[in-house]
Ligand binder design. Structure first.
Ligand SMILES: Nc1ncnc2c1ncn2[C@@H]1O[C@H](COP(=O)(O)OP(=O)(O)OP(=O)(O)O)[C@@H](O)[C@H]1O
Ligand SMILES: [Mg+2]
Length: 338
């Protein structure tokens, strides 16, 4: 089985169901907004939320993808930065529980977190993000030894805001012979790092994952043209169009992939798990179409649950469906799916 290393923000979601909007008012958070807060405010909010029976869900885009590849059975590792605190320990130990080698770096700042206030009859969500230690991850933290022996290196697009970090990571990954993939993460990150993103994709990245708005930000084109344009600059381009499915292209080979059937309730994590399924299938040497189909199968499971963690029955179902698909496309014995 091939191996994968991911780099991303080590963020933990802290979810609290609140009886009313008193805390929102106290911290000047408009209902439904998403705000960045400083360390002092971030720590004060967390202290207050602890009284309400909060739920902790370690996440972040690449961390979610890497957790998923670990469950598929790939040797999976993650590089990210945390504080020397309870939340950082929780992040690391949760990754390890899933079998991920958590290559954590430590900052003096406290661990990054996304605090979610859930209020009112409609469970309205208000967000206060404190990035903290995650933003301290810098090029000086990276060492060539991190990359040695990994077949794949997956980059979370949010990190491209730190261009020196990603330049060094991409250089070291390439020198180590990794296949490099990137999830573009967000259209505004793509827009505000336009030239850098183009250079990165052109010269380092093998596999690009973009949703509709990210593909548009990169190419200034609508999805059906954007996929052609993206594929001119990398080996494999993937453009995801939510519940409409996805498009994959490599050279002249192109497929539109219908979404896998699902009863969606929450789309969070669809893109991260799609990438994991795609990369896992790619690592088994599956054809392009099958890589996209396996991404779609696993993404269809995560949209059926709230949050980013697929439950065990759905994992079983996904593995059965994936096993059948792989068997139909392979002359080898069944792959070692756990
Ligand atoms: N309602 C749905 N039913 C089935 N599959 C879905 C649904 N929504 C999304 N998917 C699958 O998930 C894939 C990725 O979703 P999407 O296009 O929303 O990516 P994204 O915008 O990167 O997601 P994220 O918000 O997680 O970053 C889609 O290409 C599709 O295969
Ligand atoms: Mg996405």
């Amino acid at each position: 089985m091939k191996s994968i290393l991911g780099i991303g923000n080590a963020l933990t979601d802290i979810l609290a169901v609140l009886p009313d909007d008193t805390l929102l008012k106290k911290f000047h958070l408009p209902l439904g907004s998403m705000q960045h807060v400083d360390m002092e405010t971030g720590d004060r909010i967390w202290e207050e939320l602890k009284h309400y029976g909060v739920k902790y869900v370690p996440g972040g885009s690449a961390a979610n993808t890497i957790t998923c590849t670990a469950i598929f059975g790939m040797e999976s590792a993650f590089v990210g930065k945390i504080g020397n605190d309870d939340l950082g320990n929780l992040f690391k130990s949760t990754m390890e529980q899933y079998g991920v080698k958590a290559q954590m770096l430590y900052s003096r700042k406290s661990s990054g977190r996304c605090m979610v206030f859930i209020t009112g009859a409609n469970a309205e969500r208000t967000f206060a993000d404190y990035m903290g230690a995650t933003l301290e991850l810098g090029p000086e933290d990276l060492d060539a030894s991190f990359f040695e022996g990994y077949d794949y290196f997956h980059i979370e697009g949010y990190l491209v805001q730190n261009q020196e970090l990603i330049s060094k990571a991409a250089r070291l990954a390439k020198a180590a012979g990794c296949i490099i993939s990137i999830d573009m993460a967000s259209y505004n990150v793509v827009e505000s790092n336009d030239a850098f993103f183009h250079n990165l994709v052109e010269n380092y990245v093998d596999i690009v994952f973009a949703n509709e708005s990210e593909a548009k930000a990169f190419t200034k084109m609508e999805p059906s043209d954007a996929i052609d344009e993206l594929a001119r600059h990398c080996s494999i381009a993937v453009v995801k169009v939510g519940k409409a499915g996805s498009m994959v292209k490599s050279g002249d080979e192109y497929y539109f992939i219908e979404p896998w059937p699902a009863n969606p309730i929450d789309a969070t994590g669809a893109g991260d798990t799609y990438a994991a399924g795609f990369l896992y299938a790619h690592s088994l040497g599956m054809p392009l179409l099958v890589c996209g189909q396996i991404g779609s199968i696993i993404a269809a499971k995560v949209v059926e649950v709230i949050g980013t963690k697929i439950d065990i029955p759905r994992w079983r179902e996904a593995k059965d469906e994936i096993r059948a698909l792989i068997a139909a496309n392979s002359n080898d014995p069944l792959p070692p799916l756990n």
